[in-house]
Design a protein around this ligand. Structure first.
Ligand SMILES: NC(=O)c1ccc[n+]([C@@H]2O[C@H](COP(=O)([O-])OP(=O)(O)OC[C@H]3O[C@@H](n4cnc5c(N)ncnc54)[C@H](O)[C@@H]3O)[C@@H](O)[C@H]2O)c1
Length: 340
């Protein structure tokens, strides 16, 4: 660490990288410095380099070779973790860099497992981009659900189609469940634990006016958790002009919980209502936690780690597999099932 600052390199300087850049701007995290940035698109690397006084690169291999980095952020599109220009996580681990990887951490589960094993073997600090875990009322939500008899839930990521080129194809984005609704699946796992059965249906053909479009317009994924909870997660990217819904409705014996994604929480019991609005900058807190964990050498500071990201990828890829096989049940985490 130079001047006791954590030296950071970014691979990918697009949309989500700029979200993280905002948390390092104006010395918001004085213990860290972005010293190198890399993107296949020159202007993006140049712009980020100018913003932070960092060195721009087009090739991450060159960046990792030339720079002395303590930590690396990987903010590339889902398909770019592997393939011709991929493999950056394993190379960064090889150099002993701590790692923050945006979700979905890959489309290839075997590759993600190698990364997870590498991080664990080298005892490196790792974070992943499920920032909703840092929302201040999540412990309230989880605490209430832990003390409730949950019947079932419905959860949603329903809206329009993101504009980035790679989103519209399954082979580049993973499809909506893997790329977008993965945040919702993560919230479900955060609330209810591991999923043991997945059965899903998707439909296509609603969106017929987007070139090169090749993914589900809508899907419904039934989940059964190891603790017995059941629920359905809906994805839809066909909604235009409003009318979408992101979040979760949980029905319990003692009341109903409604979570509006990244906005608020309402718990309605027979004789009282609990309401919470998001009161923190949870994206900032996510990046603060990454740097604190590095400085303290304490992985437990991180709420959203690569392991959780790996499990979310496993779950959403299972949903795709089920969709591709007429709703076939996919079994996961069978070691958690008592009566196998
Ligand atoms: N956590 C969140 O809320 C959130 C929000 C948006 C996007 N994301 C995720 O972040 C990732 C990136 O999304 P985005 O919206 O920033 O995409 P983007 O297309 O805006 O940016 C990706 C950038 O990565 C660069 N890139 C790709 N391969 C590269 C390589 N080998 N070397 C260097 N640069 C490379 C591309 O040139 C591009 O500039 C996706 O996985 C997406 O799911 C997360």
């Amino acid at each position: 660490m130079a001047d006791n600052k954590v030296r950071i390199g970014f691979i990918g300087c697009g949309g989500i990288a700029n979200f993280h850049f905002g948390h390092y701007d104006n010395n918001k995290i004085p213990e860290a410095q972005i010293t190198a940035v890399c993107d296949l698109i020159d202007e993006r690397a140049q712009k980020a380099a100018t913003r932070f006084g960092a060195t721009p690169y087009k090739c991450w291999k060159e960046m990792l070779d030339k720079e002395q980095l303590d930590a690396v952020y990987v903010c590339v599109e889902p398909c770019a973790h592997t393939g011709e220009f991929g493999g950056m996580e394993l190379a960064a681990i090889d150099k002993g860099c701590h790692l923050f990887v945006e979700k979905p951490v890959a489309l290839d589960l075997a590759y993600a497992k190698k990364v997870l094993d590498g991080l664990t073997a080298k005892k490196l600090i790792h974070g992943a981009g499920f920032q909703d875990r840092y929302i201040d009322f999540i412990p309230t939500m989880k605490g209430w659900l832990d003390h409730s008899k949950v019947g079932f839930f419905n959860a949603y990521w329903v809206g329009g189609m993101p504009g980035v080129w790679w989103w519209r194809r399954r082979d580049t984005s993973g499809g909506q469940a893997v790329e977008q609704t993965i945040h919702t699946f993560d919230m479900c796992r955060n609330m209810f634990g591991e999923v043991v059965e997945v059965s899903a249906f998707g439909r296509r053909g609603i969106i017929d006016d987007v070139d090169n479009y090749d993914t589900e317009d809508a899907s419904a994924v039934n989940l059964k958790f190891a603790n017995g909870v059941i629920g359905t997660v809906y994805s839809g990217c066909f909604v235009r002009g409003g009318g979408g819904k992101n979040g979760m409705d949980v029905y319990t014996m003692n009341g109903k919980l409604v979570y509006n994604e990244r906005t608020d929480l309402t718990i309605t019991e027979p004789h009282r209502t609990i309401t919470c609005k998001v009161g923190n900058d949870f994206g900032q807190d996510e990046d603060n936690a990454f740097i604190d964990a590095i400085l303290e050498n304490d992985q437990s500071i991180i709420i959203s780690d690569y392991y959780q990201a790996y499990k979310n990828l496993e779950l959403t890829l299972a949903a795709n597999e089920s969709m591709d096989n007429h709703g076939k049940t996919i079994y996961l985490n069978q070691d958690l099932v008592a009566d196998k």
